[in-house]
Design a protein. Structure first.
Lengths: 332, 331
């Protein structure tokens, strides 16, 4: 028989493991994206990619509250969501390089990674393009009755698209288990969101009677707490929620967006990196409660760094698809 | 011939029966659209389905074509077999991103991992005095997009068999019904049958000229064939039935036999279905042709409201007869 003290201890051990897991996952995303930038600058990657650096706490805080059989839809800035839902970095890098071993056999690329094994319905290169798909997955989930939910990730730019409001209306009417997650990273491409969106963002969900909250998107624990609540609500058949995560995109709109001073200052960028970094915020919290020391986090970073190096090498060495595969997979 | 084969149904009843049979066979099949449940659509094509299958499977949506088409795509990817109802083909413009960028591309972009077994049913056809935003035939747009299949039945028999194939298909299928044809009657077996995609149907055999006609234009072509017969021209009427996949072989073989062809379709003639099929025929039967392949489609104007104006925009039995006569060298 366990004593109350033992239980408290084991609960706290579990919590520590969970937060260290989140630290590891956020580190994976950070290092993955740094490698992507490196691949771009070394001209090893065809096309462009949109980096998630700075926003790691959003994807991780939410996906850590999901089951493997829950669904997500992602965006053009989607690497973080895919990794947070459990995708493997080697096959993701392979996809980014257009290789046969990639998640989509090289046919999708950076903006279209999809993986049925982790419930990832796909990243989408049309802004708000997956709002219907996520809501449809929630429709299926409700029909199947297994308690699955769908999370629809999108940036604040998607709030300019009408389809978001069409499906929110439908989801509210039909009480569908879907969580609409708006990552407000402040910039719709190269324009501050205050120039593109009128009114308060939260009222967009509230207008449909959808419970709507905003959260500090740099604090993975805060994101996780509110996501857990919204997901539980969806699983219980109480319908959709709308979550605005206030966050920041450290780098450009895409890897080639180097000179950004015409739309935001270096000072602003530095301030977020210094004061609001999601990895640093979690690390400081772990330290302050004595749940981890610098050595433990260093060990995680070292391990993840090695994992990423191996994954990149795998992708670089992997073969391209044979040209005769070009017409395969058009029809099922 | 079994007695049931003699049974006649209207085009609308054939569509309704196909849906009902598929919904009985497969619990994953559901219908989403505006006024599909109690109202059974403005054309009453779906009457009775909600009574049998309930509001959880015959689902009235808000007027949100993009929204509920998108829901259909996501639902199809995750285990359902949705049949999306877009009341007027003109409203397809509102679904374009969901159909063209999402439904059509999901399978390919995911390297073949996700599938979208969804049917989008909609209408086409002018002459209902409904003016420019309720009369268009926009099937060429969807036939242009890899990843979609496009089906255009012209008889009640074809409607039932093709719709059942569409619902069982693993891909997004756009199914066009001529709204002026809903009352057309024809033999429809009561039993289960399907018609495979990519198989043209010879609606009438002939030797002198091939009339390739789709959907609403099949009746027009049959009418012209009767007129042509009266002046000694034997016309073959071929209905491709599916725009994609397209039965090129049957079209080419017919023209190799007849040496002349007119392609008739109610979509806009310019950059339309007729251009594509004409090109297939020209490439495949060039050395057998005795005249250029002719196209006939809707005029390059928004469909007007005023009856005499509207009637001038689409091919008729008379205009087709005149064109065929000329192509055969008879004045």
């Amino acid at each position: 028989m366990t004593t109350a003290t033992d239980q408290t201890k084991s609960t706290s051990v579990l919590a520590t493991e969970k937060y260290l897991g989140m630290y590891r996952r956020m580190t994976m995303i950070r290092f993955f994206e740094e490698q992507v930038n490196e691949l771009y600058t070394r001209a090893l990657m065809p096309g462009l990619a949109h980096l998630y650096i700075g926003e790691e706490a959003v994807a991780v805080g939410i996906c850590e509250a999901l089951r493997n059989d829950d669904y997500i839809t992602s965006t053009h800035r989607g690497h973080g969501h895919c990794l947070a839902k459990g995708a493997s970095p080697d096959r993701m890098f392979a996809e980014l390089l257009g290789k046969e071993a990639g998640y989509c056999k090289g046919k999708g690329g950076s903006m279209h990674i999809a993986d049925p094994d982790t419930g990832n319905l796909g990243a989408n290169a049309i802004v708000a393009g997956s709002a219907g798909i996520a809501t449809g997955a929630a429709f299926s989930a409700k029909h199947a009755g297994k308690g699955q939910v769908a999370v629809c990730f999108f940036g604040e730019g998607a709030l300019g698209q009408g389809v978001v409001y069409e499906v929110m209306n439908l989801a509210a009417l039909w009480k569908l288990p879907v969580i609409y997650v708006c990552e407000n990273n402040l910039y719709t491409e190269y324009t501050h969101f205050s120039e593109t969106l009128a009114g308060d963002l939260l009222t967009r969900g509230a207008a449909f009677g959808v419970p709507s909250e905003s959260v500090d998107g740099q604090d993975v624990r805060a994101v996780h707490t509110v996501a857990t609540k919204m997901i539980a609500r969806a699983r219980a058949g109480q319908g959709p929620s709308f979550l605005v995560c206030n966050t920041y995109r450290y780098t450009g709109h895409h890897v080639g967006d180097i000179n950004r001073e015409y739309y935001r200052s270096k000072q602003e960028e530095q301030q977020w990196k210094t004061d609001r970094d999601p990895l640093k915020i979690l690390a400081d919290w772990l330290f302050s409660y004595g749940l981890a020391d610098a050595q433990a986090l260093d060990a995680i970073r070292k391990e993840v760094g090695e994992q990423m190096a191996t994954a990149v090498n795998f992708a670089i060495a992997a073969p391209y698809p044979a040209v005769d595969k070009v017409a395969q997979d058009v029809y099922a | 011939m079994p007695e049931t084969a003699q049974r006649e149904l209207t085009f609308a009843q054939a569509v309704n029966e196909a849906l009902a049979e598929e919904m009985r066979r497969d619990a994953r099949v559901c219908i989403l659209g505006e006024d599909v449940a109690e109202a059974g659509t403005p054309f009453k094509v779906l009457s009775g389905l909600v009574q049998e299958f309930g509001v959880s499977r015959v689902i009235d949506t808000p007027i949100s074509e993009a929204g509920f088409t998108g829901v259909g795509v996501g639902a199809a990817m995750t285990g359902m077999r949705p049949v999306i109802d877009i009341m007027f083909g003109d409203f397809l413009t509102l679904t374009m991103d969901q159909m063209v960028n999402q439904a059509a591309k999901v399978h390919y972009m995911s390297g073949g991992k996700w599938k979208v077994p969804m049917v989008l049913r909609t209408t086409l056809g002018a002459s209902r005095r409904s003016a420019a935003q309720h009369s268009q035939s926009l099937h060429a747009w969807f036939s242009h997009v890899p990843g979609l299949k496009v089906v255009m039945p012209s008889t009640p028999y074809d409607a039932k068999g093709l719709l059942k194939s569409a619902i069982r298909d693993e891909n997004p299928v756009v199914f066009f019904e001529d709204k002026m044809m809903y009352k057309l009657k024809g033999p429809v077996p009561a039993e289960d049958y399907t018609i495979p995609f990519g198989v043209a149907d010879i609606k009438r055999e002939g030797d002198d000229i091939t009339l390739v006609a789709t959907s609403s234009m099949v009746q027009v072509a049959l009418e012209a064939a009767v007129l042509l017969e009266s002046i000694g021209i034997s016309a073959e009427v071929i209905d491709p039935r599916t725009m994609w996949p397209l039965d090129e072989k049957t079209l080419i073989a017919s023209v190799q036999k007849t040496s002349r062809a007119i392609v008739i379709d109610e979509g806009y003639e310019r950059y339309g279905i007729t251009a594509e099929i004409s090109s297939v025929i020209a490439e495949g039967a060039f050395f057998d042709l005795e005249a250029p392949v002719k196209r006939m489609g809707a005029m390059h104007v928004p469909i007007p409201f005023s009856p005499p104006l509207e009637d001038a925009t689409v091919p008729t039995g008379q205009t087709l007869f005149a064109a065929a006569k000329k192509l055969c060298g008879k004045n």
